[in-house]
Ligand binder design. Structure first.
Ligand SMILES: C[S@@+](CC[C@H](N)C(=O)[O-])C[C@H]1O[C@@H](n2cnc3c(N)ncnc32)[C@H](O)[C@@H]1O
Length: 882
């Protein structure tokens, strides 16, 4: 215990003040206020900051506590500070200027936190003091209650609320309220808090987060009600003495009958001479009522030098209000010893001790009764009743909150409300704090009831597998009266939703039609050529028509993937016929699968894999092959149900034990198929096909390439990659969300994966290589050319054979003629000349072949001829430049 400090002047300049204002340590630490040390010490004792991810500091200016929170809380924590006066910026901290007693303040915090809950709520508020002490203390208590109101709204279950209270008449009432809402409540005075100050810090841990909190618990009118009533009725007569005892024997116990200071006695700080304590017949009372024992007279000062007056005793005498049970015992022992040394009545002590213990028992035994009495006196229901009522209400509230949530999401979908409002409404409801400043209850009641009825009507399952809720819902017969109205309303809402969905689909169709890509696809589809591989999922028919509830997010992701693939396919058209064929086959595998499900449940005979071929090419299988072939001719009996065989044996029997003929599954070997066919994935499992597809075409985006490069270069581990996959975009519930919303989310609500320059370069290079390949038409033209050349050569050879068979010709003549024929056959076919006739002069207006023109011709006008010539010139010069 430190020395007592004066409240004014240099007395203020205690160790912590100096630390805060002058010392090197503070400058190093840069705290704005000495109060920072209080929080540091509180945190040292209770360690609530280190594990917190979200903290709200109410009455935070100038920001000392915020600085401490920012320092001790983990990086990336959310820290919000509010005060009447503005707070200079602090890194990692968001601050507002607001009065914590107003709804605006609550809304500001709500906006900032969204759906987050705070792990810690701090309150170090002090109202503008300077009026009468009682008023100051009362406003402080009110402020504490207001901060508690915010705390219960924003705190997470198990969270911590730290508040500053003044030791006043309201103290015990506040402590009682804290006790109702938190598992552990401890009042403490950190060493850096001046002893002369009446402030004490209450650390409330393990927030119970009741579903429903009776507004009375947070209403100053109710919480501090006993002030006048108890004083007036005189019911607490003698309670001072009781409290004094309790102060000593149960310093940390809630005292419900404490009436604070006597009427007219507003002295906050009581000093008792040590002599009074030593000589008093009621030492417990002295210890319980006084703040400090002082050694003023010469005799008392002399006691200070005695060996029994240890530094502990001296420190204990300095501030009685912060002592524990053991400290009081030390003081009482010291008193007894001193009384012995002084020759005062020694017999009184054991009696006193006995009385004390009797009192303790009595106090403990009466605890329950006191509680009961207090409840009665305050006009509150008993604790048991409160609990029962609260749990019943909590159930109702939970159900209503769920309904409201559903309703609000619907409203949001219809753009009738902003997402932000959801949390607010839910909180209003769950806290039921609508009676005074946060009054929304009336407005929401009707809506909740409607929601509830609709659920009942639709026989919807009440979430959170709460059977009680269901029973309760069923029991609420009164609500059935509203049934028709609600049904009607719900029907209208559904109709409106359906209409909106229809309009949205139409809009999507229009968009697609406008899209050139879509046009190209459509044309191809109509022409039946170069049909794009529609993707594995295409077997469901038109994707856009698919029900979002049947696949929802996956449908969108698959669609997105397909869009990306198809667009890249389009760009590198042409020569990728082979690849396309593969994909078409993959697609057909899945579509076949669907068809088969209707017509034939058996799997198709599978081609052996390369591994299987190698395996079965071993000598020991030669006989088996022959045996099977001999037996039936066919390699596989048509009636063998391949689908019933294990996958491993189906894929070629690789895992079958050699020598066990019975276990062997002989797969058909389609000799007509080339290697390319053998290596194709034909597992029939869409998942395998998807994987194979991704393996082949997966690295088509810069993001994918970046990740792949990071994996290869060991900048990223697979575990981290998987972990990163679980982000806020990946775990969104999409049930019941409309198509337009999912469409929009698929476009915009996706993780922003950083891409590297190298990845973009790689992709571009790949694209360039694809672009460099000839397009299909050119390949076809070249093929035709080759075919013509081959035909010419064939023709020449046939002619040469005839020449060779001619007996009239000499060998020399034959050789010359054959050489000429072959030369002709190998040379390009001569282009047939097309005559260009300018339609002017005599040719103008001529219809049909002009006179004197033989062979191919084309009629042109003068202008066209010029243009054609100019074009040729241009092409020529362009060719030269290249
Ligand atoms: C002791 S200071 C807080 C010091 C702070 N914990 C720190 O470490 O810097 C008390 C603060 O409470 C603020 N305050 C008092 N009443 C308030 C109210 N109704 N709303 C918001 N802040 C209030 C005052 O403006 C004052 O800045």
């Amino acid at each position: 215990m430190g020395k007592a400090q004066k409240k004014t002047g240099k007395g203020r300049l205690d160790k912590y003040y100096k630390l805060a204002k002058n010392s090197l340590k503070l400058r190093e630490q840069g705290y704005r206020a000495r109060s920072a040390f209080k929080l540091i010490q509180l945190n040292k004792k209770f360690a609530f900051l280190e594990s917190a991810r979200c903290c709200i500091d109410l009455c935070a200016a100038p920001g000392g506590w915020l600085q401490v929170a920012s320092k001790y809380m983990p990086a990336n924590s959310v820290i919000v500070g509010v005060d009447l006066v503005s707070i200079k910026p602090i890194p990692r901290v968001v601050t507002f200027t607001a009065d914590i007693t107003t709804p605006q303040c609550r809304n500001l915090i709500r906006n900032e936190l969204k759906d987050w809950k705070a792990d810690v709520v701090l309150h170090d508020g002090a109202p503008n003091v300077g009026t009468a002490w009682v008023q100051d203390a009362y406003s402080q208590s009110e402020l504490v209650l207001m901060s508690l109101k915010l705390a219960v709204e924003f705190l997470v279950r198990g969270g911590t609320f730290v508040t500053k209270v003044f030791r006043s008449v309201d103290y015990n009432n506040l402590m009682w309220v804290f006790g109702q809402l938190f598992g552990k409540v401890e009042a403490t005075k950190p060493p850096s808090s001046r002893n002369v100050s009446a402030e004490i810090f209450v650390v409330c841990r393990d927030f119970l987060a009741p579903r429903h909190i009776d507004p009375k618990f947070l209403d100053p009118k109710h919480v501090f009600k006993d002030l006048s009533t108890s004083a007036a009725s005189g019911l607490d007569k003698g309670s001072s003495a009781n409290n004094a005892h309790e102060n000593v024997f149960m310093p940390e116990k809630k005292r419900r009958k404490r009436d604070g200071y006597d009427d007219g006695d507003h002295t906050l700080f009581r000093q008792v001479p040590a002599g009074d304590f030593v000589r008093s017949a009621e030492p417990i009372n002295v210890l319980g009522l006084a703040n400090k024992i002082v050694f003023q007279s010469e005799q008392e000062k002399g006691w200070l030098d005695l060996s029994i007056t240890t530094p502990d005793v001296k420190a204990n005498c300095d501030d009685l209000k912060v002592l524990g049970k053991r400290d009081f015992k030390t003081l009482l022992k010291w008193r007894l010893t001193l009384r012995g040394e002084l020759g005062l009545d020694m017999k009184a002590s054991p009696v006193e001790e006995l009385t004390e213990s009797a009192e303790i028992t009595e106090v403990i035994d009466e605890e329950q009764q006191i509680q009961q009495e207090v409840c009665e006196l305050l006009g509150w229901p008993s604790l048991e009743r409160l609990k029962a009522e609260a749990s019943a209400k909590a159930k109702r509230e939970r159900r209503r909150a769920n309904e409201l949530k559903t309703k609000t999401i619907q409203r949001m979908q219809l753009q009738m409300t902003a997402p932000l409002d959801i949390g607010l409404e839910l909180h209003d409801l769950s806290l039921k704090m609508g009676e005074d400043i946060f009054d929304l209850a009336g407005a929401e009641k009707g809506l909740n009831r409607h929601g509830g009825v609709v659920r009942l009507v639709n026989n919807e399952e009440i979430p959170e597998d709460n059977e009680d809720e269901r029973e309760e819902s069923e029991g609420e017969g009164v609500e059935d009266l509203d049934l028709d109205v609600d049904q009607d309303r719900e029907r209208k809402l559904s109709a409106l939703e359906a209409e909106l969905d229809g309009m949205y689909d139409a809009y999507q169709e229009k968009l697609k039609e406008r899209d050139t890509k879509h046009k190209v696809k459509e044309t191809r589809r109509k022409n039946g050529v170069l049909e794009e591989w529609p993707g594995v999922q295409n077997d469901t028919g038109n994707d856009s028509d698919s029900d979002p509830s049947e696949g929802g997010w996956e449908v969108m992701v698959a669609r997105k993937q397909m869009d990306q693939d198809s667009s890249s396919d389009e760009e590198c058209d042409g020569d990728r016929v082979g690849q396309k064929r593969n994909r078409q086959e993959l697609g057909s595998v899945s579509s076949n699968k669907k068809v088969k499900l209707i017509t034939d449940l058996r799997e198709p005979p599978l081609a052996p894999t390369r591994v299987a071929q190698v395996w079965f090419s071993q000598d020991m299988f030669r006989d088996v092959d022959t045996k099977v072939e001999d037996a039936g001719g066919d390699q596989v009996d048509d009636d063998v149900d391949m689908s019933s065989t294990p996958a491993s044996s189906r894929s070629g029997g690789v895992e079958s034990e050699p020598g066990h003929d019975d276990d062997l599954q002989i797969v058909p070997n389609d000799h007509g198929e080339g290697d390319a066919e053998i290596w194709e994935v034909r597992s029939g499992n869409p998942e395998d096909e998807r994987k194979a597809y991704v393996e082949e075409y997966g690295l088509s985006t810069a993001e994918a390439v970046t990740l792949a490069q990071q994996l290869v270069n060991r900048k990223m581990t697979t575990t981290r990659l998987i972990d990163d996959g679980f982000n806020r975009y990946s775990l969104n519930a999409k049930d019941g969300l409309p198509t337009w919303f999912l469409d929009d989310e698929a476009k915009h609500y996706k993780p922003n994966i950083p891409i590297t320059k190298e990845a973009v370069i790689t992709l571009r290079a790949r694209q360039r290589a694809l672009d460099a390949r000839p397009i299909k038409k050119i390949a076809e033209a070249k093929g035709r050319k080759r075919l013509r050349a081959a035909r010419r050569l064939e023709k020449a050879m046939r002619k040469a054979e005839v020449v060779n068979a001619n007996a009239d010709m000499t060998e020399n003549e034959k050789a010359k003629q054959i050489e000429a024929l072959m030369k002709k056959g190998a040379s390009k076919a001569k282009q047939k000349e097309v005559k260009v006739i300018v339609a002017k002069g005599g040719y103008r207006g001529v219809k049909g072949r002009p006179k004197g023109v033989k062979g191919r011709y084309t009629m042109v006008d003068a202008r066209m001829k010029k243009e054609v010539r100019a074009q040729k010139r241009r092409e020529k010069s362009r060719g030269k430049r290249r």
